[in-house]
Design a binder for this molecule. Sequence first.
Ligand code: KIV
Length: 267
Amino acid sequence: MGVTVRDLAAWKAEGRRFTMLTAYDWPTAKLVEAAGVPVILVGDSVGDNVLGYANTLPVTMDEALHHARAVARGAPGCLLVGDMPFGSYQGSPDSAVDNAVAFLKAGMHAVKLEGGGWTAPLVKRMAERGIPVMGHLGLTPQSVNAFGGMRVQARSESAQQLLLDHARELEASGAFAVVLEGMPREIAGQVTTALRIPTIGIGAGPDCDAQVLITHDLLGVSRHTRGGMPKFARAYAEIGELTLNAMRAYDDDVRAGRFPDDEHSYH
Ligand code: KIV
């Protein structure tokens, strides 16, 4: 057995920080596992990073499961988390459980769902049925229309108190971890101290137990495909630039008659 939800709990207890990365396909999943990153999120960010949608809202269960299966084939040793797309858990609790089950049948070990308060009974329902759930609070991208844009959340004292209450409810309902996205670092630190389960930050400062990045941001691809990088992300390589240069060089070589050459020919 690879990494499990019990490992994450133990790491929090030991004060050991860890990482999660997104992957949507087999080669990326293989690379994430080879790099020693223990947790993979098959994010609904596949929508705006890979499928060309304006945001995550159009992603369907069929699309999410297609990517989940590819990742499961690539990284069997990682803890694999399937991100429930918008519309797959907001309706009846029964259909939400059915959709979560579909992720586990596709090879995921857990699911993630966004929001606090109303999600707590759903998390409990899933946890009781053997489905590990990761919560997600703060700037939850599926609520982009309700927020009026991708805005940092939990800036006021009352919003911070509500966030803390929601985080505690998720923990009490059986969530094994919670993503904290797009919020002041101070409140993310408070939530991290208040919970026994690990917090996984993205745009929530350095005081969370773990960090998650979208792999296309980490690789510097987003600045070419999405017109920029979020303030909180760091590109650890410029793969977008390298890719463009490689494609241009290939195009130049073929047009100039330098490729293919004798070395790349059969005799
Ligand atoms: O879909 C996703 O990639 C996410 C992360 C931003 C946490 O939800």
